[in-house]
Design a protein around this ligand. Structure first.
Ligand SMILES: C=CC1=C(C)c2cc3[nH]c(cc4nc(cc5[nH]c(cc1n2)c(C)c5CCC(=O)O)C(CCC(=O)O)=C4C)c(C)c3C=C
Ligand SMILES: [Fe+2]
Ligand SMILES: [Fe+2]
Length: 338
């Protein structure tokens, strides 16, 4: 009996190589020129991204990255590499674990080259996004397909394109939140990375997001609706944590324009402070590793806004990062593919 040799490829967004304006410009240029991220016709995208967004955004984002950067580098990358190491030890000879970032380094291209070189018979691709979006899991999977599509021998390939409702993911995140004793806070805010509204509309053609009503329950067409998956993630987590209905809400952060998914996290924070909420716990379950959007946007920017609006304490729940429960959960998510 021939033995399979399995490679596991963990994919995430990626981060600049260093926090200089030049490196951030390079990163944003690659990121925002991805047609799955800015889905405009070619010329419109080039004009908007290269002449407007990147030149104005790069110096501002570089300042944020400089505040975030540690001696080891960008948290998104260091957290992912630590997870790779721990998962590799735990999986032992079941699979060899590789990391490929969609933008910048270590690139999907280099990871794919190592996998090709290793002569693996099976490849499991795991974009590290709990809820599917074309601009995250979709583009990650496409980039991997473009690489392996050039190979003479294409191995057995499995894409795990979302896991928001996998009991092991829900358990691991709920454990993380439970450690903060959420019932001792006035309110819990579940904040997800937002998307432009038209991106979500495309996930169920013929049913505009406005009619989707996925805030209330998972609709039958909601399999790949990012918004539906986010609301369902909140429902699964609050059920595990036994949170009362008037003690939590869901909102969307990191918008690039007002035409993104609502309610917006910053507006929600202000509204909560005005209603007299003093101690707020914030959970970010669309991320599996801490990064600019959690540590800085929530833990710094939104925290300051909440305090200025009358809040007294905003605590951000640490992401799954390389925690032991997350390593165990990943093994369960992978189990049927190994
Ligand atoms: C968690 C899922 C994510 C979705 C969905 C997503 C969509 C999305 N993002 C942008 C634009 C930017 N995102 C940026 C950073 C960033 N985004 C995610 C995750 C999702 N993005 C992560 C994990 C990160 C962090 C990277 C890090 O280095 O720590 C940035 C760069 C930073 C900045 O300038 O704000 C941009 C730009 C769009 C347009 C989009 C959907 C269309
Ligand atoms: Fe993003
Ligand atoms: Fe929907």
């Amino acid at each position: 009996m021939l033995k399979d040799k399995t490679a596991l490829l963990l994919v995430n967004v990626g981060t600049p190589n260093n926090p200089s304006v030049q490196a951030v410009r390079r990163y944003l240029f690659q990121f925002l020129n991805d047609p799955r991220v800015i889905d405009l016709p070619w010329l419109a995208r080039k004009i908007l991204v290269n002449l407007i967004i990147v030149p104005f955004r790069a110096p501002k984002s570089a300042k944020l990255y400089q505040r975030l950067w540690t001696d080891e580098g960008s948290p998104l990358l260091t957290n992912t590499l630590r997870l790779q190491e721990k998962l590799q030890k735990s999986l032992d000879s079941q699979a060899d674990v590789f990391v490929g970032m969609r933008y910048q380094e270590p690139s999907i291209r280099k990871a794919a080259a190592s996998i090709k070189e290793g002569g693996y018979t099976r490849l499991i691709v795991l974009p590290m996004f709990p809820q599917y979006a074309s601009s995250t899991s979709g583009t990650a999977s496409q980039a991997v397909m473009e690489e392996i599509g050039k190979w003479n021998t294409i191995p057995h390939v499995h894409f795990i394109n979302q896991f928001y409702n996998h009991p092991a993911f829900v358990d691991a995140f709920a454990q993380r939140i439970a450690a903060y004793q959420p019932n001792t806070y006035d309110f819990v805010l579940f904040s997800y990375h937002g998307l432009p509204n038209n991106h979500n509309d495309k996930s169920h053609p013929g049913i505009p997001s406005a009619q989707c009503e996925c805030e209330k329950a998972m609709p039958p067409h909601g399999q790949f609706c990012y918004k539906a998956a986010c609301y369902e993630t909140t429902r699964l987590l609050v059920e595990k944590l036994n949170l009362q209905g008037d003690k939590f809400t869901t909102a969307f952060q990191s918008r690039l324009s007002n035409n993104w998914m609502q309610p917006f996290t910053d507006k929600t924070l202000n509204m909560l402070a005005q209603k007299g909420i003093k101690r707020l716990l914030v959970v970010a379950p669309s991320f599996t590793a801490d990064c600019l959007e959690t540590t800085d946007e929530i833990g710094h920017e939104y925290k300051n806004e909440f305090m200025a609006a009358g809040g007294e304490q905003l605590t951000l729940v640490e992401s799954l990062n390389d925690s032991d429960p997350w390593v165990d959960a990943l093994k369960q998510i992978l189990a049927s593919h190994l």
